[in-house]
Structure formats: structure tokens, C-alpha cells
Write a protein that binds this ligand. Structure first.
Ligand code: DX5
Ligand code: ZN
Length: 239
């Protein structure tokens, strides 16, 4: 059933390994009354993947949406989707998002109890498992799990809300992960999420981020295509 919902992980990977960093618009700030239209607009604007923020009102103060909406996005979207789970006890629910067709299931290391087991369970479905780290979490906490996941998402704001200011401490973490990636020959994605704009994207792309989440920098702009193009150009030039 999963295969009919979303592409296999190898095809996800080929769609994520573009020339240069990929910008993932975060749907958090989209018009949820017209979800299909918004997804269509973003794809027409050139979005190569989408980022969905699942928040439970407990791990973070805001409550957004869950499986039903993720399934609806899966049906409407043709590009890979990343589900960023900001929930308590993700060990229990992550697998449901993988089965719902999330190409990437991103779980916070701060909330996991059985990190290796949960990452393995996600990857066994054919989805990619990524580990997210909040601003207060050092790289040393994710390092032991780099062989168990397909990517790390560095949060450059406290998780919970769109439109916050970028925290520059994220750059150092991206650099550190990039050093590990190069020195060990490992192949994992480095994502960044929060406060990305035309002012901040150059530094994160230069540091090594290849999956760059952008909420307000795309969804708060009148022309999604212009916004995406500008961000992509800046990210590419910084390399
Ligand atoms: C914050 C979310 C982000 C958010 C990004 O907790 O994880 O994905 O939507 O929004 P901007 O880009 O506006 O900071
Ligand atoms: Zn997010």
C-alpha cells in the first residue's frame, strides 16, 4: 500500500540529490482552506519537495495537524514530502507518518526514547529517517546515530512557530556536521529549518546545508516562484 502512495526511498533520494541545495517550502503558513491550490501553486513555482510541521501542542506550544492532513498532502503533492514531527513520544507515532507516505520522517532527538529502534523502523518502510536537533542540543548528541539515519535537521529557531528570527549558532552546527560528513565519507543530508531568508540562506548553504526549509520567506511572499528562485540562486552561488 505504501508503494502506491509514495515513491521508493531510492527514487526519493534521486529527487533530493539535485545540483545544489533544495529549498523545501514549509506549509505551516499556507492557506489551509485551499490546501490543494497551495500545493499546486508551490509545485508550479518549482518546489522540489515540501516540509510539513506536525505539532502536538505538548512538545511545542502550537497544535497544527496530524495524519489526516499529511495523507491529504500526500495525495495532492507529486514531489517528496518531509514530515517534521514536533510531538511528544515520537517513537510511537513516527511509523504512522512513514506509512502515510512521508518520504522523510524527521524526529526530534530530544523526544526520542528508543532512537535507533525508531530510526530503523522508519527506514524499514522505505521512508528516510532524519534526526532533528533543537537549538540547545549539541551535535555530539546526534553523532552516535549518523549511521542509523539519512539526515540531520538543524533547527535555527526554537521549534514551534514560523516567522522567528534566525539563530546564527546553527551555522556552527552545520559546519561541524559537514566536517563529519567529509572526514568520514558518510553520506547524509544536512537540513536547516527556521528563519531562512534571502539574508540568511547564503551562510547556511555555504556551511553545508543541502535541504533548506523556508516558511515565511516563500509563503508570505506574493509570488512563490520569484521567492523560490531568489533563494535557490543565492544558495547555489554560495557553494
Ligand atoms: C518551526 C517550524 C518551521 C517553520 C519555518 O518550528 O519547524 O518549519 O515553519 O518557518 P520560517 O521559515 O518562517 O521560520
Ligand atoms: Zn519544520
Amino acid at each position: 500500500m505504501r508503494d502506491s502512495l509514495h515513491p521508493s526511498s531510492s527514487s526519493t533520494e534521486s529527487r533530493l540529490s539535485a545540483d545544489g541545495p533544495i529549498i523545501l517550502p514549509a506549509l505551516l503558513l499556507c492557506d489551509f482552506g485551499h490546501l490543494d491550490d497551495e500545493i499546486g501553486r508551490l509545485e508550479a513555482a518549482g518546489a522540489k519537495a515540501l516540509h510539513l510541521d506536525v505539532m502536538d501542542g505538548l512538545f511545542v506550544p502550537q497544535l497544527t495537524y496530524g495524519l489526516v492532513v499529511v495523507e491529504a498532502v500526500r495525495r495532492a503533492a507529486t514531489v517528496p514530502i518531509e514530515v517534521h514531527m514536533m510531538v511528544e513520544r515520537p517513537d510511537e507515532s513516527a511509523i504512522q507518518y512513514a506509512r502515510a507516505g512521508a518520504d522523510i520522517v524527521t524526529v526530534h532527538i530530544e523526544g526520542l526514547a528508543k532512537t535507533k529502534k525508531t530510526l530503523a523502523a522508519i527506514e524499514a518502510t522505505g521512508s528516510q529517517a532524519h534526526l532533528a536537533m533543537s537549538p540547545g542540543t549539541p551535535v555530539s548528541h546526534v553523532e552516535p546515530f549518523l549511521d542509523n539515519c539519512s539526515g540531520v535537521l538543524v533547527m535555527s529557531v526554537e521549534p514551534g512557530f514560523g516567522g522567528q528570527a534566525f539563530q546564527p549558532s546553527a551555522i556552527e552546527k552545520i559546519q561541524k556536521l559537514q566536517e563529519i560528513r567529509t572526514s568520514t565519507g558518510r553520506d547524509f543530508h544536512i537540513g536547516v529549518d527556521g528563519g531562512i531568508s534571502t539574508k540568511t540562506i547564503t551562510s547556511v548553504a555555504h556551511a553545508g546545508a543541502d535541504l533548506i526549509v523556508a516558511g515565511s520567506a516563500v509563503l508570505r511572499q506574493t509570488d512563490y516562484a520569484d521567492a523560490l528562485r531568489e533563494l535557490e540562486d543565492l544558495a547555489r552561488k554560495s557553494k
